[in-house]
Design a protein around this ligand. Structure first.
Ligand code: PMP
Length: 431
């Protein structure tokens, strides 16, 4: 049971009835254990509304988009473009054609590194990253640096796992071409000050890309207010289908960028010896796009917007604060990252014993799904001197009771692994 002072701000919580929207959460696992899903940072679950939207496309409206003149193609094209408009509103973009459907955050970042990067980065230029980034926001830039002979720089982190902005000028200069930074760290939970970073990058003459994989599902975003140049997100982390994501880019940047993939749909004209590109957004959507997935993402955006991103953020923050406080009470448990006021709704931790993978396996027997490993942030784990951590991540459907289940399970595990001191003497008839 929680200590008396470890209470939760119930006024911030969403109604538990929201869980009824999520069919997958209604099951028990390992016998009669209710499923406690604390792995939404890896991939969230989908509400009935999104599942129905995708089913409806396949049952009634599905055809390839933008190519046919028949009724199904018109319906599918309209629904696909309607979804783009929903994403535009969700992100506060100026134009819907600034929102490109991609395969996900990884695809979006790679697209910028390939298309914008190859056209704008040269030997001696600098690409500014930091050690808390996901591999998806490191490797494409390493590859760009290899192709162009550019230099990678990193914003140092503070001891508590935030960007050390006092030292930003040591690494941000007129040589910096791009600052690529996550809005929320998928391991530390740190929320980075994007508006400030965008202003500082622009002052230095650089552009800024934000990795919104862990923020778009949880916080209200306005790309114009933040003044970011590029943003990448994944549908599957925000109640939408897998296989779809978004690349937002400012129109004037996207206009100057060459298409990063060639094929159908992205052309104006093709002759035997060459082609011209289509305008935005088609220029960056070569081939058959993720049609039903994009429409499903539109339904997810509707779902999240109806609840309200501010309410979702408050709910998750309350759960995270509660989890942070309760987990902190466990002997030998160390939480990674900053204090609750600087974080979003996830908590990663390590124990003296057992190893992160064993914790994940053991809590799974209690019906609890958490993630263990380096969470695609190997450089960060190296910096922290650990190989792996366990991560519990919260979403709009999680409850304080589920936090209690997690904490109780971990407490049990910790006591199982405690050195037992003096061994109990066997009774003579014991085997
Ligand atoms: N960036 C961050 C911060 C993430 O958490 C993830 C997913 N774990 C990604 C990028 C990559 O997203 P995806 O696998 O959907 O492309």
């Amino acid at each position: 049971m929680p200590l008396a002072e470890t209470t939760i701000d119930t006024s911030a919580l969403l109604p538990e009835s929201l869980r009824d929207d999520f069919p997958i959460l209604q099951q028990t696992v390992h016998g009669e254990r209710p499923l406690v899903f604390l792995d939404s940072a890896a991939s969230s679950q989908r509400p009935r509304q999104v599942i129905d939207a995708v089913t409806e496309v396949y049952e009634r409206d599905y055809a390839n988009v933008h190519r046919g003149i028949h009724v199904l193609s018109e319906r599918a094209s309209d629904a696909y473009e309607l979804a783009r408009g929903k994403v535009q509103k969700f992100l506060g973009a100026k134009y819907d054609h600034e929102c490109i459907f991609t395969g996900g955050t990884t695809a979006s970042i790679n697209a910028v590194a390939r298309s914008w990067g190859d056209a704008n980065v040269a030997a001696g230029d600098e690409i500014l990253l930091n050690p808390m980034e996901h591999h998806s926001n490191l490797v494409p830039w390493f590859q760009l640096a290899e192709r162009t002979d550019a230099t990678i720089k990193h914003i140092p982190l503070t001891d508590d796992g935030r960007l050390d902005l006092d030292r930003l000028d040591e690494v941000l200069s007129e040589r910096t071409k791009i600052l690529a930074v996550t809005q929320v760290s998928n391991t530390l939970g740190t929320v980075n000050p994007i508006a400030e970073l965008a202003a500082r990058a622009h002052d230095a003459g650089a552009v800024i890309l934000i990795d919104a994989a862990q923020s778009a599902p949880h916080l209200a975003i306005d790309v114009q207010q933040l003044d970011v140049d590029f943003l990448a997100l994944s549908g599957h982390k925000m109640c939408g289908p897998s296989g779809v994501g978004v690349l937002y880019g400012k129109q004037d940047l996207l206009d100057t960028m060459p298409p990063f993939m060639g094929g159908g749909s992205m052309i104006g004209n093709v002759a035997l010896d060459g082609f011209t590109s289509a305008g935005l957004p088609a220029k960056f959507e070569a081939g058959t796009p993720p049609i039903a997935q994009a429409i499903g993402l539109g339904a997810a955006v509707d779902y999240l917007t109806e609840i309200g991103l501010d309410r979702i953020a408050a709910h998750e923050h309350a759960l995270m604060e509660y989890a942070y406080a309760r987990l902190s009470e466990i002997e030998g448990l160390k939480i990674l990252g900053p204090a609750p006021e600087h974080r979003a709704g996830l908590v990663s931790f390590v124990l003296d014993q057992p190893h992160a993978h064993d914790i994940a396996q053991l809590v799974d027997r209690h019906g609890i799904a958490v993630r263990a490993g380096h969470h695609c942030t190997q450089p960060l784990h190296d910096l922290l001197g650990i190989t792996a951590s366990t991560r519990a991540s919260f979403y709009l459907y999680n409850t304080p009771g589920e936090v209690d289940t997690l904490v109780d399970a971990i407490s049990q595990i910790v006591s199982m692994f405690k050195p037992s001191g003096r061994k109990r003497r066997r009774k003579p008839d014991e085997a």
